[in-house]
Design a protein around this ligand. Structure first.
Ligand SMILES: CCCCCCCC/C=C\CCCCCCCC(=O)N[C@@H](Cc1c[nH]c2ccccc12)C(=O)O
Ligand SMILES: [Zn+2]
Ligand SMILES: [Zn+2]
Length: 530
């Protein structure tokens, strides 16, 4: 009997142990699934973002002059202000553009010095100062550039400098990058100062560079110098080109996302070279210089730089912000990134544009070797263009390159004249009045979108303005479907006609909102003195 009872007790304990062994993990799993589902169901647009949405759209430019504005924009696009390299700018086009701006906007270029002054910098760049009545208010800066990248004319379906309007789009080099901003800012400024006759309280500046596409050293860099020499040390915020209103960029998100670049990747040109022995091609060495460098480049591509995606990444906030605007599956994922971050990160690595936001990119762009078909050259050099993620230093990137190449014969050298370190992260979210001002202006013009922060993947002229403000933002009010990405610096660049109307509206709204200074206290500290 005792034996029977003992056996029964042991059996029950085994059952309980077994039940606990299987049941507990199942229970934990169920709780986890439930928690994720609750997070997904309860996710909603944060109050502060919702409150920035306009109740109506009665504030936009509402006159009959749009066709005239469009005509001026097309005229700007017809001037081929191409920058090939720093020593090869199209100076006659730049001269023509200067005259064009001065005659198109006469009220901005003389005779109204009580309201606005314009200084031509380095012959072709422009710096406008719009004087505010309240000197205690910190000024802000709007920036853009008027030069464009070269075109492969035979690859275009439209003449890149005709600015053809097909009813829906205008096709032209510079339509997207960045003449819409040059013309949009000046149109809005003219309307703001002389049609609406707004009384300006906060001083602001407009800086238009002429060589951004080849480094900005004569344009934006000199504009920054002029400002500094005038005693301007601090800006409330700086806004320049950068991200845009994107459609189909984020998996599971059907709504346009107005991505604001709150930081910017660094820039490094690295040469990978070998200096070996030359010889007759009839008796080639086992490993030629070309072979050694090809292998090095191939390894750099096969073992890309590390990627970064965790709760301290800007991109993590991008997706958290996108969660309320996503399909249910992606609501589940984006509102539970603590669980799904590895899956998301891997998905980001699949596409070139999203991968660029989570890692330092490695682009072999030039290869020099050899000079005759029957000579084995002693040297070969490949040039690598890195865009450095803010979580790495340039030194980290070089060390990683050397480790991956793993060949002491190969020299990995940084071009010390051209590197740019990743930019600091500007404040974003409900505690930043400057970010909110920008978000409000975006939502007033693009109410169907939501605003999220991102890390700008290419370089902009903002590198020259960093010392003026800790609030540096990179955003242009243009629409871009991810499928249209290749048009940027590519063929058949275009902008939707209606989008140009929104561009002018956006800059006007920004000027109006930035002028309503009483509503928002300022907490501005310059990062460094220049
Ligand atoms: C989760 C997010 C998804 C992200 C998707 C990405 C979408 C990208 C959308 C818009 C990008 C627009 C970028 C426009 C600005 C381009 C700026 C630019 O091209 N800069 C050049 C500057 C440059 C040219 N030559 C040199 C030489 C040395 C330094 C800089 C430059 C560039 O970065 O190459
Ligand atoms: Zn640009
Ligand atoms: Zn460009």
């Amino acid at each position: 009997m005792l034996a029977w009872l003992t056996a029964r007790g042991t059996k029950r304990r085994r059952w309980i142990a077994c039940g606990l062994g299987v049941g507990l993990p199942v229970l934990v799993l169920l709780a986890l699934v439930l928690a994720c589902l609750i997070n997904a169901w309860s996710v909603s647009e944060p109050d502060w973002h919702y409150q920035l949405r306009p109740s109506g759209s009665g504030h936009l430019i509402n006159d009959s002059l749009f066709e005239e504005r469009l005509g001026r924009f097309q005229a700007a696009l017809r001037i081929p202000t191409i920058s090939v390299d720093a020593r090869n700018l199209n100076e006659s086009a730049l001269e023509e553009f200067k005259n064009f701006l001065q005659t198109s906007f006469p009220r901005l270029h003389g005779g109204n010095e009580d309201k606005i002054t314009c200084e031509v910098v380095s012959n072709y760049s422009f710096l406008y100062e719009i004087k505010g009545s309240d000197e205690s208010l910190t000024p802000y800066l709007l920036a853009a550039h008027l030069d464009v990248v070269p075109v492969e004319e035979d690859k275009w379906n439209y003449d890149p400098f005709e600015a053809m309007k097909d009813g829906e789009y205008i096709y032209a080099r510079g339509a997207f990058d960045d003449k819409h901003a040059v013309m949009g800012i000046l149109e809005a400024l003219d309307y703001f100062l002389f049609t609406k006759n707004e009384s300006v309280k906060r001083t602001f500046y407009v800086g238009i560079g002429h060589d951004e596409e080849v480094s900005g050293r004569q344009g934006a860099a000199k504009i920054a110098e002029v400002l500094h020499n005038r005693g301007v040390k601090t800006m409330d915020f700086v806004l320049d080109e950068g991200f845009v209103v994107l459609t189909n960029a984020l998996p599971g998100v059907q709504v346009p996302v107005a991505l604001v670049g709150v930081s910017e990747k660094g820039y490094a040109e690295v040469s990978v070279s070998v200096d070996g022995v030359s010889g007759h091609s009839s008796m080639p060495p086992k490993e030629s210089a070309i072979g050694i460098i090809s292998k090095a480049v191939s390894r750099l591509e096969a073992y890309p730089q590390p990627h970064f995606f965790d709760s301290s990444s800007v991109e993590y906030t991008t997706l958290e912000t996108a969660a309320p605007h996503s399909s249910f599956l992606y609501k589940l994922i984006y509102s539970n990134l603590w669980l799904f971050k590895n899956i998301v990160s891997n998905q980001f690595l699949e596409s070139a544009s999203t991968a660029a936001t989570v890692r330092t990119t490695t682009a072999p762009t030039l290869f020099n070797a050899g000079y005759k078909i029957n000579v084995v050259p002693s040297t070969a050099t490949a040039y690598i263009n890195h865009r450095v993620h803010p979580k790495q230093t340039i030194e980290d990137v070089l060390e990683y390159d050397r480790e991956v190449i793993g060949d002491s014969r190969v020299n990995v050298t940084l071009n010390t004249d051209t590197y740019i370190r990743p930019h600091p992260i500007s404040p974003y979210g409900p505690d930043s009045p400057q970010y909110k001002l920008l978000a409000r202006s975006i939502l007033e013009v693009f109410p169907q979108s939501f605003v999220a922060p991102g890390t700008m993947i290419a370089t902009t002229d903002t590198k020259y303005y960093l010392n003026f403000s800790k609030n540096v933002y990179r955003f242009a009010p243009t629409f871009l479907d991810i499928e249209d990405m290749p048009r940027l610096h590519g063929h058949d660049e275009r902008i939707r006609v209606e989008n140009y109307r929104e561009v002018v509206d956006f800059f006007f709204r920004l000027m109006v909102n930035a002028n309503q200074v009483n509503a928002r206290p300022l907490h501005v500290h310059a990062r460094n003195e220049l």
